[in-house]
Design a protein around this ligand. Sequence first.
Ligand SMILES: [Zn+2]
Length: 440
Amino acid sequence: MPESNSVIHKDLTNYLKHYGFFFPNAEIYGGLAKAWDLGPYGAELKRKLKNLCPHNVGCDSQIITHPQILAASGHLKNFHDWLVECRQCRKRYRLDNLISSEQFSVFLSQKDKNNYQVKKNCPRCGKNDFHPPRQFNLLLTTNLEITEDKENVAYLRPETCQGIFTNFALIQRSTHRQLPFGVGQIGKSFRNEITLHHGIFRTREFEQMELEFFFALPKEELPHYAKKTQDLYFNYHFGWGELCSNSHRGNYDLSQHSQHSQKDLRVNGTIPEVIEVSFGVERLMLAILQDTYHEEKVAGSQTERTVLRLPPLLAPFFVAIIPLSQQLRNTAYQLYLDLLPEVSFSLTYEEAPNIGKAYRRQDAIGTIYCLTVDFDTADPNSSHYNTLTCRHRDSMEQIRISRSEGIGDDKITKSLSEITIMNANWENEPTLPPQTISNN
Ligand SMILES: [Zn+2]
């Protein structure tokens, strides 16, 4: 890994923790290795990301999975990595990560895998003394009864799509869908990895967004149809890594479940084919955070700022209400409470020792607009009574916007809507009108 990457990694990880996106899990107890919790802004970003995921037919199946589902899908037998352990220092490796891909292919083609000699020294201790490779199943197990009887073993699902396949006939009947149609599911999946690298990128517990698109393949096209997987990669801080997997799964899953369950899963006489789009939500968040994270000098000043240039639909908060001084806390907080039930955008309240700090903090979590309550806002004798400063995150331009008396059809929401909501979509960053006051 180049040094610059590890620097970015360290900065980004510190940033994500400091600003409440990702926290090391169980940190007060020393932490569970490679496990992460979402902080307040991470949780909000994830919620918004999942809301963007379109599915007109969805389902929400159990995490605890019937063993027969995984027997049919092949996971009980084939869902494993090859594990090798150094006899000298006990370090465990995934064989395919330790040796070259050519060597690994040779290994896979061998009948007698138990006598395979790893021709590489242990990266940790430098010795060449490995136990023979053994299969390491990636399924996480759990027990359903009080007795820890083998009979009662169940599994935590390794992918959300199996819940879609096993419910396929019920979904199709209850929604009266004809082919083609898609079924989406978002939820936690679990994989018991041997080694975990790259922080949030690979964890045992993660959230998936999967879409299974079912269709009938015309018979004459069958011979020309090649099953394919096309992954999308992103250049993460540690290098290229998978972001999204698109695969044509054929009719393998439904055929297997039909066979194992003895249930007819055909539609119009044939078992549908399926194309799958599969995202890891935390990976997607990581890619988005990395891509929108910027450190920059503030123009015309000596200060630096960290700014998260998230699109408005993903910013944890669209607007932050900030008092200019401690004396204005009550006015500002009351305004926040009044607006909260009225507005259609996400709103937060911010207090900091000074306004510059408040702006920096909101910039760093990606808030699009800061509305500042100042002394004029609260002074009936001022010509700026009932107006606020509105500052845009990216341009740092500021304008005054007005607030009428009645909160119900408040001018703040109206003027903000005029400025922003109408053109705040994925393509267009909202922009302020030209009459700006100053930069801060
Ligand atoms: Zn070793």
